[in-house]
Design a protein around this ligand. Sequence first.
Ligand SMILES: Cc1ncc(COP(=O)(O)O)c(C=O)c1O
Length: 417
Amino acid sequence: MSGADRAAFLPYGRQLIDDDDVAAVVAALRGDTLTTGPLVDQFEEALAARVGARFAVSCANGTAALHLAMLALGIGPGDRVVVPALTFLATANAVRFVGAEVVFADVDPDTGLMRAHHLEEALSRAARDPDDGPVRAVLPVHLNGQAVDLDAVGAVAERHGLSVVEDACHAVGTGDPITGRRIGDGARSAMTVFSFHPVKTIAMGEGGAVTTGDPALADRLRRLRNHGMTRDPAEFQNADLAFDAEGWANPWYYEMPEVGFNFRVTDLQCALGLSQLGKLDRFIERRRALVDRYARALTPLAPLVRPVGCGVGVENATVSWHLAVALIDFAAVGVPRGTVMRRLREVGIGTQVHYLPVNLQPYYARRYGVTPLPGADAYYARALSLPLFAGMADTDADRVVAALGAALEIVPRGREA
Ligand SMILES: Cc1ncc(COP(=O)(O)O)c(C=O)c1O
């Protein structure tokens, strides 16, 4: 992107595509398979190696990955799943796709992350209505790229017999600040879900994946993403139809032991994903440097403005930042968030709010009523995502902070008249 383009508009997030990414996709276009081919396998191997998992199963997008994870666990009508309220719609919707019900959990007001006591609270709320069905799983969300404390959350989950499925759609490449383990390595959850949407750290256009350490789950995920069908003779149930008189499997034959979806991702997308994965460390480093720069530049606007992830127990060194969120006390500042966003847009700066707590969405409010979740509400009231992408210059971040101060009409500390 040229300097002039960059000055024209800074979105809150965007992909960084180099010539070699373009060349990789063009080469795939000239290959034999446009849909499932060798690049899908190569992408899965590379992703599994990067996050330290035994298996990675790619699919159409992060939403499909969440859906597949729910299906693979056999979650369905009559079951319930705990989801933190501060997340994208898809985390909760995946539970509804399989006919199960959502129990919303609160989050920390300063990080947006669900903690062990939030899970405990959601489970005791759920226990008041035992007829609504067993709580089968929990979906911790590594919001913005920060790591949920999985040891603590996992201990509660284990005590209550819940499966853990991590929503790491924001967090490819994040490590655990305490243990150093990589998110998605399969050690502390049944499955971990990733998204490779263009605003995420690496882009595939649309793309997603589930990683797991469990071979049976990996097999089931592969089958479910492809209509629920199998071509493996060892799995065939209709021996009369499947095998000829000499015991050979019929070459045309496949079976569908359960119903699935077409959630496949293509070789074209995996060509881009592979090429981008090779740059993940560089992208993470660049994003981390920008988040550090924001943190320093925002200091004079404290305490009205505070970056997420500083002084709240998250080790920046291990985070793969998807979003750079400033928590702003709009009430104390006296300028509404919408006004601030419009003012920033007028000077070419895109911002976004991640997220309206999902329990407040009309669909869920109608279905479950609105349980007060003060942590999620407090985070939402103050959150503003500032531009963050690997192609941003340091001066872009400085421009954002200067424009933010002006839009908020705050005189930075130390510069008062
Ligand atoms: C936390 C979270 N979960 C799931 C998803 C769904 O991913 P996708 O857009 O790839 O379907 C997103 C996408 O923004 C997300 O932010």
